[in-house]
Design a protein around this ligand. Sequence first.
Ligand SMILES: [Fe+2]
Ligand SMILES: [Fe+2]
Length: 475
Amino acid sequence: MSSINYSEKIPNNVNLSEDRTLQRALEQWQPNFISWWDDMGPEGSTDMDVYLRTAVSVDPQGWASFGHVKMRDYRWGIFMNPGDANRTIHFGDHKGEKAWDSVPGEHRANLRRIIVTQGDTEPASVEQQRHLGLTAPSMYDLRNLFQINVEEGRHLWAMVYLLHKHFGRDGREEAEALLERRSGDENNPRILGAFNEATPDWLSFFMFTYFTDRDGKYQLCALAESAFDPLARTTKFMLTEEAHHMFVGESGISRVIQRTAQKMNELKTDDVGVLRNAGVIDLPTIQRYINFHFSVTIDLFGADESSNAATFYSSGLKGRYEEGKRVDDHVLKGQTYKVLEARNGQLLEKEVPMLNALNEVLRDDYIKDSIAGVNRWNKVLEKAGIPVTLSVPHKAFHRNIGALSGVKVSPDGRVVSEAEWKANVDRWLPSGGDRAFVASLMGRVVEPGKFANWIAPPVMGINRQPVDYEYVRFN
Ligand SMILES: [Fe+2]
Ligand SMILES: [Fe+2]
């Protein structure tokens, strides 16, 4: 079950050939996917051979094989972690019952919505990142971008399989619509806000893969608990691919900081103008990018109080992060959780039923995890002897969803007036000038082993290859 059949048109480990109708439906969707990739995939990449990993089995050990391939020929397919025939539902009202192999009628609409929302983020990020190859800071980074792009494409396949297999005609229509929406399009945008923002430069890209792919991790972890077993098994395998995306973000920012710190020491200055003239990204700008990407990303978890979140949990569709490791009753009725609200110009905690606060619970787990990586960035500064610390802003800062969307809050968590916000917004969020400066640094560096001036080389290469390995062959 865990080995992947590559002899079929659509690589899979779900015995696709035994379900002719489904196979035919997916084979009809496949050319539409390829034409979406040709239109919206990485610009100018058609003739490149890229050193990519491809999943060859879903075993935790050694599932990947590496080799140079054209991205268009990447073996996109349908892979699921092996199932456990005796798996039971371990949270919500159905706790203790057998997990579902098919979709119960009463949960059909909600499950479809969950799968479509997740599925929509996958092609969206490919669209957001499609121009970045033109300004890659190195061949190593170019390869990592492309690896992420093909895997997001495969994540789309994973969700489309579930739609085709379990949701009949509506599922097929949703699968088509996933190829029709476009990130940032006025008339037919992607579903979630952060996936309609531009990713105009590599600092944004690293921030996106650090913060926003991590949102993906938390959503996938919550779905990996689902009572709907095919969804749980599919998302578990997607998580193994997601880890690399977050690594690209964390190590990318870390290398930017390392290079800036080196210049600060060399020139013995923290003067923004001097550092910008020296071609590195000053720390205040990096902080503003953190503020932006963090705040836009935590909105993705949804409203702090949500009856949908309660329904999704109680009906067993979506669990909490690491549900199995928690020591409570996994039903949560009568329990409470603290959320924030603004009252009389202050942020105050209020206790609400925990079931309604599950978006906030997941958001808080996410925040803890993102802070850990920011602390690792601070170690880079500490090691260089630079007395500056970076931090994530207060969770009420720059929010557009939920109870906090109506108030203006500073990064340190003070409710501020409209006037104070306006006077400071360029110190708190990337300004037009910041973005123009970062854009001015973006130029293409693709000679093996060479790196743009604003970023340090990585400690090691991919799959134990040297840093100056020819990760991409331009034909
Ligand atoms: Fe993904
Ligand atoms: Fe990802």
